[in-house]
Design a binder for this molecule. Structure first.
Ligand code: SAM
Length: 465
């Protein structure tokens, strides 16, 4: 059997790496993976996946060498120069123009390899903003799944051949020359936060203006690519841009990104995410991907959940957040980091935890309603009515619960106004009543006086007669 054909032995190998070495390669395209594994096996003189699996069992560190082969680090400065020129002439000015003069600009190179990509970007930003402003305003992140590549990126030391694609004046301005190499000047180097980050597993960096992820998605199968793109959607600001590699095709079923320049693979943030997209990045749903497209009925309910104007959260039996609709995300500024997090440790969970036990929250088979749940914000106090509704499957087994937050602040304000007006009314009516009573007693006095006067007059008239 050819090494390039998919086979169960190979899948068993991937399974072993995932569950015993914490190295999940299942999202990568099989053709590329098999070539890289084949390369490693050839070096070790191993002729079958089964034997390689035995080798992995016996040599605990082998997976690191394998990973080094799998994570292809090829890169260069200003790779595909015309795309970078377009970025410099059209995109970077747009980003700057959309901001206040001293507002931060956040950029992220995801899959940065040995750093050439992020330094290229930083040079363009420094050229446009001026070095001083660039150092003040730009917040730079560069991540990769390969620790060795990150180490090189942090060192920022490149050979003459590696820097040959950098214009001479920029090389002099942004690099220091040593005996043999060129090193990025510390002021630029120190601007960048480098970090180990797996695009298929880790939460994305947030509020990004420009996300550069070139020549990385090509290694992943369509399902993994789609889930990475959802993460990128989360990462970008509304006005943010995504810059992909020249030969990459965007698996963009629902236009969550819209093309700005197809040839240079530059995209703007597109349509809002839907529940389905959220589920694509949920690790539990990843374990058992559904082969079937959602039925129209499922789609209807998903859309209803997602677009409901009332904030809703789905919490599983272990008490972890497994879903939140858009309204909930906006209300409590939830990010992807919050998914699969214990709900009672998130803000909405904390608000209700003071009123009911965690067990009641997620494991109760009867609905619970909580009134006047207070939330203090900088803008004032908000009041919510919270409903916790159990979710049962067809066999009446409890799956978790849906927690709904209905904002009653306006209603509470009106009720308070009404109560105040009623109290005022009561006071006025009491005063009126008192006046009435006084009036009555005055009238009685007058009456008595009148009667007295009448009697006195009668008496004096009788005496006269
Ligand atoms: C071909 S290089 C591209 C480097 C650079 N972006 C460019 O276009 O010049 C691919 C990079 O993606 C990284 N990579 C592969 N899988 C990854 C993952 N799951 N998470 C983060 N980075 C990954 C590799 O380690 C490698 O450095």
């Amino acid at each position: 059997m050819s090494l390039l054909e998919a086979n169960p032995e190979f899948e068993a190998l991937l399974d072993y790496l995932k569950h015993n070495r914490g190295c999940d390669l299942t999202g990568y395209k099989r053709s590329t993976l098999m070539r890289r594994f084949g390369h490693r096996m050839q070096n070790l003189n191993i002729d079958s996946y089964q034997h390689y699996l035995q080798y992995l069992h016996r040599h605990a560190q082998e997976y690191l060498a394998l990973l080094d082969d799998v994570l292809i680090n090829f890169t260069s400065f200003f790779r595909d120069r015309d795309a970078w020129d377009y970025l410099a002439s059209d995109i970077i000015p747009q980003i700057i123009a959309s901001k206040q003069p001293d507002e931060p600009i956040r950029v992220w190179s995801a899959g940065c390899a040995a750093g050439q990509e992020i330094y290229s970007l930083l040079i363009l930003l420094a050229e446009t903003l001026g070095i001083e402003s660039c150092l003040q305003r730009v917040q730079c992140y560069a991540t990769d799944a390969d620790e060795a590549a990150l180490k090189q990126a942090r060192q920022a030391t490149y050979s003459a051949l590696e820097v040959s694609s950098i214009p001479r004046d920029w090389l002099e301005k942004y690099f220091e020359q040593t005996d043999q190499d060129y090193v990025v000047r510390p002021m630029l180097r120190q601007k960048i936060i480098f970090g180990l980050h797996d695009l298929t597993q880790d939460a994305p960096i947030s509020k990004i203006d420009l996300l550069v992820c070139r020549n990385v998605l090509i290694y992943f199968n369509p399902e993994a690519q789609a889930s990475i793109l959802v993460r990128f959607h989360f990462a970008l600001k509304k006005t943010g841009f995504l810059f992909l590699g020249k030969s990459e095709t965007l698996v963009n079923r629902k236009q969550i990104f819209t093309p700005v320049h197809m040839k240079h693979q530059i995209y703007a943030k597109g349509l809002k995410l839907e529940l389905e997209d959220h589920l694509a990045i949920n690790p539990t749903s990843r374990k058992a991907p559904s082969a079937k497209p959602p039925t129209s009925q499922t789609q209807f309910w998903q859309t209803a959940f997602e677009t409901n104007g009332v904030a809703q959260f789905a919490v599983d039996l272990s008490g972890c957040l497994v879903g939140a609709n858009e309204q909930a995300n906006i209300l409590f500024a939830l990010t992807l980091d919050d998914w699969n997090y214990p709900f009672h440790e998130l803000e909405p969970g904390k608000l209700i935890a003071a009123h009911t036990s965690v067990k009641t929250l997620y494991c109760h088979r009867r609905p619970v309603k909580l009134k006047d749940i207070e939330r203090n914000t900088a803008q004032g106090t908000q009041y919510f009515e919270v409903a916790i509704a159990p979710v049962l499957n067809a066999k009446k087994q409890l799956l978790g619960s849906i927690v709904t937050f209905v904002d009653k602040t306006e209603c509470k304000r009106l009720t308070e106004q009404l109560e105040y007006a009623n109290a005022q009314l009561k006071r006025v009516s009491e005063a009126l009543q008192a006046t009435q009573t006084k009036l009555e007693s005055a009238q009685q006095e007058i009456q008595i006086l009148a009667e007295d006067t009448y009697r006195r007059e009668q008496r004096s008239r009788g005496a006269e007669e």
